[in-house]
Ligand binder design. Structure first.
Ligand SMILES: NC(=O)c1ccc[n+]([C@@H]2O[C@H](COP(=O)([O-])OP(=O)(O)OC[C@H]3O[C@@H](n4cnc5c(N)ncnc54)[C@H](O)[C@@H]3O)[C@@H](O)[C@H]2O)c1
Ligand SMILES: CC(C)[C@H](C(=O)O)[C@@H](O)C(=O)O
Ligand SMILES: [Mg+2]
Length: 358
């Protein structure tokens, strides 16, 4: 039976990186007879400009019907601060995550041997690194109510957000982390701020309870400020990191630099069914948009995650990841991962090289 892949470019570099990932998917579709069908929809700032909403009704319908979604990135200065909160490009992304209940955001930070010298960290600290960040994506301070900006009695304005997690939300993301660890290095580090915030006191308690169901996995806890430091001091101590929405957002950008570039960090956002949403962890990079210089590999590797997690095509996913490694072996580098003696290529040249390596 055919599988429906919804493709959404988004804003900024979105169209450029999605074009390359789609080429790769179309090629493995032919090579492995995957029977993938592609449809398109809009999400983000350009969707707002065209339809008056960053997550238009038509996109909602297509998204609900899709087996998997490939997405670029949203946002840009032209939309910043211009519209009401729910009409911002970023709100479109938060809406679709919530609408499809994509609570489990998997962000693997893997340092390819060929790129150990592209990280600002010493190569010996990052060579062989393989961390999985499991970020809760549909709760916490991103979605908690009440939120807003109010005027106090003294006339001063006050901004406020609410960080909330229920036990069931903590348990379901914890299970994802423990089950992932069982298949990898058998270690989970839960990152919180339980020395200050009640919401993470409960987070820690629930993780401890859950750990009893996974005696083969070692659970440790770490405060987020220390975790931010440990990621640059000794990143290889980590196997799976599980954390809430905001801490996961920040730590995953930090971890991306261990791999050489934010352009190397893919992601999968999954719900309790098999449906998944696949996007690079980076943003729309307005500073380099339209120049054909962005690194498309995070998006291509997100497409590989899609093949593995939502399309039942693990062999095709392995093939894409091997092709990425192959182009790095050839010495091809976009500007963000460029180093001495390597060959600098554009976004589309990098995509073409991955297709050829398939
Ligand atoms: N998931 C998403 O759609 C997402 C994620 C983060 C930020 N954003 C949005 O993107 C816009 C820009 O945000 P930002 O500048 O804070 O973060 P960003 O990730 O877009 O860019 C940060 C830096 O990384 C570089 N960069 C990002 N992706 C790259 C790639 N593939 N290749 C080479 N370099 C790359 C950029 O050029 C920039 O210097 C904002 O509107 C923000 O809200 C969207
Ligand atoms: C654009 C923004 C809403 C988003 C987030 O904060 O989750 C982004 O930073 C990400 O990491 O996917
Ligand atoms: Mg982010």
């Amino acid at each position: 039976m055919s599988k429906n892949v919804l493709v959404m470019e988004g804003d900024g570099i979105g169209p450029e990186i999605i074009r390359e990932a789609r080429k790769v998917l179309e090629r493995v579709n032919e090579l492995d007879n995957l029977d993938l069908e592609f449809t398109e929809a809009m999400l983000g700032g350009r969707a707002y400009d065209k339809h008056g909403h960053p997550y238009p009704e038509e996109t909602r319908e297509k998204a609900r019907a899709a087996d998997a979604i490939l997405f670029g990135s949203v946002g840009g200065p032209q939309w910043d601060g211009k519209t009401e909160r729910h009409l911002r490009p970023e709100a479109g992304l938060l809406d679709i995550r919530s609408d499809l209940d994509l609570f489990a955001n998997l962000r693997p930070a893997i340092t390819f041997a060929q790129l150990a010298d592209a990280s600002p960290l010493k190569p010996e600290l990052v060579a062989g690194l393989d961390i999985l960040i499991v970020r809760e994506l549909t709760g916490g301070i991103y979605f908690g109510e009440p939120r807003g900006i109010r005027t106090l009695e003294n006339g001063e304005r006050q901004g406020y957000n609410t960080d909330v997690y229920s036990e069931s939300e903590i348990r379901r993301i914890g299970k994802v982390a423990f089950e992932a660890a069982q298949k990898r290095g058998k270690k989970v580090c839960s990152v919180d701020k339980a020395n200050v915030m009640e919401v993470t006191v409960l987070w820690r308690e629930v993780m401890d309870e859950l750990a009893k169901d996974y005696p083969d996995v070692e659970l440790t806890h770490m405060y987020v400020d220390n975790a931010a430091m440990q990621l640059v001091v000794n990143p290889k101590q980590f196997d799976v990191i599980v954390t809430g929405n905001l801490f996961g957002d920040i730590l995953s950008d930090e971890a991306s630099m261990l791999t050489g570039s934010i352009g190397m960090l893919p992601s999968a956002s999954l719900n309790e069914g098999n449906q998944g949403f696949y996007e690079p962890s980076h943003g729309s990079a307005p500073d380099i948009a339209g120049q054909n210089i962005a690194n498309p590999l995070a998006t291509i590797m997100s497409a590989a995650m899609m093949l593995r997690y939502s399309l039942g095509a693990g062999a095709a996913a392995d093939r894409v990841e091997a092709a990425v490694s192959n182009v790095l072996d050839q010495g091809l580098r976009t500007g963000d991962i460029m180093s001495e003696g390597m060959t600098k290529v554009s976004t589309s040249e990098m995509g073409d090289a991955v297709v050829a390596a398939l």
